[in-house]
Design a protein around this ligand. Structure first.
Ligand SMILES: Nc1ncnc2c1ncn2[C@@H]1O[C@H](COP(=O)(O)OP(=O)(O)OP(=O)(O)O)[C@@H](O)[C@H]1O
Ligand SMILES: [Mg+2]
Length: 218
């Protein structure tokens, strides 16, 4: 349902993804592993429309994603939590969660339903909702960024290094949240980029290795 065919991406004139092809199914979780600088973030950003794709096609459930701007990909049900968990510090956690929904024109009632879903998957964010995003620890911010990605990610959830920097207890909570996701959204496809494969031990997923710009089953 997420299909990439012969996708090539260059950064600063250097090829990072080279004719990369992969097909990912709904209801499955995939982990992209690979050394630092292999291109994992570039791959997620290409799917989200945040970096130019030189050649190839990317489609989601029959929609040609490359024909759509990034915000339209959120409308199509893609959620993205970047490596550096950018939350707006002057806003509360709840406002941060609702922002992507407002940006794509959802009603307040629809956004509230999404908040309920996100809290069901990541319960520990509930007490954080009224707090300023500036007051969160790094790990809490990471969990809030996961919840925010769930707000638009009804079909496809892209998570860049979700475990990085989490204390062991929070990492367990995060893995638990990911394992409960499919109960709430059975058709959701989850793609996790992770440079430290050991952190994936608690997540049931198909492993794909990104090496020399290509994806291979690990
Ligand atoms: N803004 C940039 N300017 C120049 N080169 C960049 C830039 N961003 C990424 N690169 C290069 O693109 C390549 C792929 O980077 P990318 O961030 O996608 O890798 P990654 O697999 O996510 O790495 P990490 O595990 O460190 O997160 C790297 O060689 C990197 O040096
Ligand atoms: Mg990266």
């Amino acid at each position: 349902m997420l299909t990439l065919e012969d996708v090539s991406v260059d950064i600063a004139g250097i090829p990072v993804l080279r004719r990369l092809s992969v097909a990912m199914k709904p209801g499955a979780t995939y982990a992209i592993v690979g050394r630092n600088g292999a291109g994992k973030t570039t791959l997620l950003r290409s799917i989200m429309g945040l970096c130019p794709v030189r050649a190839g096609t990317i489609s989601l459930a029959g929609h040609d994603l490359l024909a759509e701007p990034s915000f339209q990909r959120a409308v199509l049900g893609i959620g993205y939590a970047s490596e550096d968990r950018v939350l707006f510090p002057t806003m509360t956690v709840l406002e941060n969660l609702k922002l992507p929904c407002e940006a794509i024109g959802m009603t307040a009632a629809q956004a509230s339903v999404r908040v309920r879903d996100a809290v069901a998957v990541v319960p520990l964010i509930e007490p954080m909702l009224p707090r300023s995003a500036a007051a969160l620890s790094g790990g809490q911010g990471k969990m809030a960024a996961l919840a925010r990605a769930l707000m638009t990610g009804t079909r496809l959830l892209l998570l860049d290094e979700p475990f990085q920097g989490l204390a062991p207890a929070l990492a367990r909570q995060c893995a638990l949240a990911l394992s409960q996701l499919h109960a709430l959204r059975p058709e959701l496809c989850v793609v996790i980029a992770e440079s430290n494969q050991a952190l994936l031990s608690q997540v049931t997923c198909s492993l794909l290795t990104l090496e020399r710009g290509e994806l291979k089953a690990a």
